[in-house]
Design a protein around this ligand. Structure first.
Ligand SMILES: *[C@@H]1O[C@H](CO)[C@@H](O)[C@H](O)[C@H]1NC(C)=O
Ligand SMILES: *[C@@H]1O[C@H](CO)[C@@H](O)[C@H](O)[C@H]1NC(C)=O
Ligand SMILES: *[C@@H]1O[C@H](CO)[C@@H](O)[C@H](O)[C@H]1NC(C)=O
Ligand SMILES: *[C@@H]1O[C@H](CO)[C@@H](O)[C@H](O)[C@H]1NC(C)=O
Length: 496
């Protein structure tokens, strides 16, 4: 998801899912809430563990942001429906000629369908590439890339089972009146949108939209908080007799109106991303995320829809399955915290997906952790030491400090706790290499005592194929030895 300024009517960009006949609390075949599985993490969970977790939680649909070989192989013969993404930076190449698209389909799609038995149902051609903030970078290449991918699907004999679509950010449409009925596509891309939608319609493909009520709240301090959720909004909008008490419905129906107005009233719609983050902002916490996600699931359960499409069902993919600690924080510090599961596959809060008998999230099984130890600020070190600020800056720049600061899970920490958090984040990210806990002036020390307190979790990283564990210097992280750090500190002059 990316942040974008919207009127208060709208949510923005992101991902999630729900589908037909979702009956809460009863695991019924045919339910299919989907999940986005992103892999921009320093220590991604092994693919087979994630796939087992998808199955244990009843997910029958998953969306990938690229044709990740290990994810696709692990999804083979599971029956789980897969949407495979094509990153925006491939669009220019795929638009250039049809053989490029044929190669992409052959290498990244057909082979997984035929050799591994992956149930690919959609190809997502780019992701949110018409965001205003991208300044039209992908406007010229998107439609030709879509056409070439469609031709390639036909040539590969996959066109009837695999549909091409484009996950759009919700700022491709707007409302002149502030009500859903005023909806239409943005003027600067209006013609382009109609070309694309005509093409999708001709090929029996859906429109995919990412909707982010969290961003409405994040971008606009005057946004009425309760309107972002699915309960308790006291002054619903009235749009010619249709009432809107949550921004999701209003946003979705603004798209329905935009389509209808342009002759595509029958297009099927997929919500490619929907969700709520749990950290990195004052509105991002497990309580709000649970309120939003459970509210959304209940709202669209049993096939219910929106005022414009009351019979539903809403087809949606939750954003997101697991936190990703290597995502860009350009949209905000919350960006690494969209998961319904933490980085290690433990549930963040109680959530009844309505997909299994258990009625709550099932944690990942078989996860291997590094040793039970942490890197913290040395109790005998001094906060006024001139190396403290550059050390923390280095650790945070290279690891993840998005849980520090106002309104976050670690906002309870004192200055020493902050330093320790930064050190530990770096140390864990570097697979507990001894050299990654040797900050200058003996500022840091390894401890076996868990420094976590309250909501603030000092993590222990997981073992992955590329992490060799404590003390081993064989894994390509030797550049982060203390001497390298020292040289970096000399040129870093950033104050806390
Ligand atoms: C997809 O296919 C192209 C070749 O057409 C290849 O360069 C690329 O690495 C493949 N994998 C992914 C994840 O896109
Ligand atoms: C879009 O344009 C703005 C203003 O000129 C610029 O700051 C920004 O970096 C541009 N973004 C991209 C993705 O090109
Ligand atoms: C819309 O879909 C319905 C049901 O599939 C169909 O009966 C109707 O003819 C369609 N209308 C248009 C304008 O395509
Ligand atoms: C801890 O770090 C955060 C983020 O850098 C900062 O906002 C906060 O003021 C710090 N707290 C203390 C007590 O230093």
């Amino acid at each position: 998801m990316k942040s974008n300024k919207m009127s208060w009517l709208y949510g923005v960009v992101s991902s999630m899912v729900i589908t037909m006949g979702l009956i809460m609390g009863v695991g019924v075949n045919g339910n299919s809430l989907g999940a986005n599985w992103g892999t921009q993490a320093t220590h991604p969970l092994p693919a087979h563990i994630v796939v087992q977790m998808l199955k244990d939680n009843g997910f029958q649909k998953v969306k990938l942001f690229e044709a990740d070989p290990s994810a696709l192989k692990a999804l083979g013969k599971t029956g789980i429906e897969v949407m495979v993404g094509i990153p925006n930076d491939l669009l220019a190449f795929l638009s250039s000629d049809v053989s490029a698209a044929e190669n992409w389909v052959a290498h990244n799609l057909s082979s997984y369908v035929t050799s591994y038995g992956v149930n690919v149902r959609y190809v997502a051609v780019g992701n949110e590439q018409f965001l205003r903030t991208l300044n039209g970078t992908y406007n010229a290449v998107t439609f030709p890339a879509l056409q070439n991918i469609q031709s390639a699907l036909v040539k590969a004999g996959l066109a009837s089972e695999v549909k091409a679509t484009i996950p759009l950010n919700a700022d491709v449409y707007q409302s002149s009146t502030g009500l859903p009925s005023g909806g239409d596509f943005r003027p600067d891309i209006h013609d382009l949108m109609l070309q694309i939608i005509q093409f999708l319609s001709d090929n029996g493909s859906p429109v995919t939209i990412n909707i982010y009520p969290f961003i409405s709240l994040y971008d606009d301090p005057n946004f009425p908080t309760d309107y972002a959720f699915f309960d308790g909004f006291s002054s619903p909008l009235n749009d010619n007799g249709k009432t809107y008490s949550n921004v999701f419905d209003a946003n979705y129906d603004t798209l329905v109106w935009s389509l209808q107005k342009n002759g595509f009233g029958n297009m099927s719609i997929i919500v490619g991303e929907i969700g709520w983050p749990t950290d990195g902002d004052k509105n991002a916490n497990p309580t709000n995320a649970q309120r939003f996600n459970q509210g959304f699931i209940n709202h669209v359960s049993a096939g219910k829809g929106t005022p414009m499409r009351p019979s539903g069902p809403i087809d949606a993919y939750l954003f997101s399955l697991i936190d990703e600690d290597a995502k860009s924080i350009q949209p905000g510090n919350f960006e690494r915290h969209w998961g319904i599961f933490y980085y290690d596959g433990t549930p963040k809060y109680r959530l009844n997906l309505g997909l299994t008998q258990t009625n709550s999230l099932v944690r990942a099984k078989g996860v291997q952790y590094l040793a039970r130890k942490w890197c913290v600020m040395n109790p005998s070190a001094n906060l006024n030491d001139p190396q403290v600020a550059p050390s923390v800056s280095y650790a945070c720049a290279n690891a993840d400090c998005t849980s520090l600061g106002y309104g976050t899970s670690c906002s309870n920490l004192d200055a020493t706790g902050n330093v320790s958090y930064a050190f530990n984040s770096y140390y864990q990210q570097q697979n507990q290499l001894d050299g990654a806990c040797q900050f200058p002036d003996s500022l840091s020390v390894i401890t076996a005592e868990d420094p976590s307190s309250g909501t603030c979790r000092f993590i222990i990283q997981i073992r992955t194929d590329t992490s060799s564990g404590a003390g081993s210097g064989s894994c390509g992280f030797v550049k982060t030895s203390a001497s390298f750090l020292l040289s970096v500190f000399m040129i870093l002059i950033i104050s806390l």
